[in-house]
Design a protein around this ligand. Structure first.
Ligand code: ZN
Length: 206
């Protein structure tokens, strides 16, 4: 469910979550573009630690981009939001716990707030503050990727390099999208050959 239009007397929060390669940022950009076409005032933010591709744009892996502010924390959002009617936030998982109250404040103030982010880290743990944001959002979209090993719907980010950081910023080569069955947080083996389409999964397990 994807609402359109300017809030009438109230705002709301939309959250787009998913694993790596699920098209979260593309979806965020699509919603923001539609608002721009309707001449709504749109402002976009991304966290300072996400320096991939360009410093002042939100970019999807597919090459779409939209101008954005790079901010250090949620407090800056309130200051820079100005009179924007629609507020986009990418990589919400990097903003820390205060993002929730800031989004609530913006929505209470009559804005449409759209946040994209990872809902799980590479160990499958809920990635704060996205779960808290999901709880208070009016509209939730969970995007699935395609498992790079077997082609099933995928909601996990498989890390394929053995490093400890919770997230490897800008290193998309360090991840693969995997389904529940093919995801293994204790292995860092990349897919060598994808399973052929139509493979009998029960056979393959033996
Ligand atoms: Zn799979």
């Amino acid at each position: 469910m994807n609402p359109v239009g300017v809030p009438q007397g109230t705002g709301w929060i939309e959250v787009v979550v998913g694993c790596m390669f699920s098209g979260k940022t593309e979806e965020l950009i699509r919603r923001l573009r539609r608002a721009q076409f309707a001449r709504q005032r749109v402002v976009v933010f991304k966290p300072a630690l996400d320096r991939r591709y360009s410093a002042d744009h939100v970019d999807s892996h597919s090459g779409q981009k939209i101008a954005s502010f790079v901010v250090e924390g949620p407090g800056e959002l309130l200051r820079l939001a100005g009179d924007a009617q629609v507020i986009g936030i990418d990589e919400g998982q990097f903003f820390g716990p205060d993002l929730v109250s800031v989004c609530e404040q913006l929505a209470n103030d009559g804005r449409r707030v759209i946040v994209a982010g990872l809902d799980q880290d590479y160990l499958g743990r809920p990635f704060d503050p996205m779960p808290q944001l999901l709880a208070v959002a009016e509209y939730i979209t969970k995007n699935l990727a395609i498992c790079m090993r077997c082609g099933n719907p995928a909601d996990r980010s498989q890390r394929v390099v053995n490093r400890d950081a919770r997230f490897l910023v800008g290193e998309t080569d360090a991840y693969e999208a995997r389904c529940r069955r093919c995801w293994n947080p204790s292995s860092f083996e990349p897919v060598q050959e994808p399973l052929p389409l139509g493979v009998n999964l029960a056979e393959e397990r033996r």
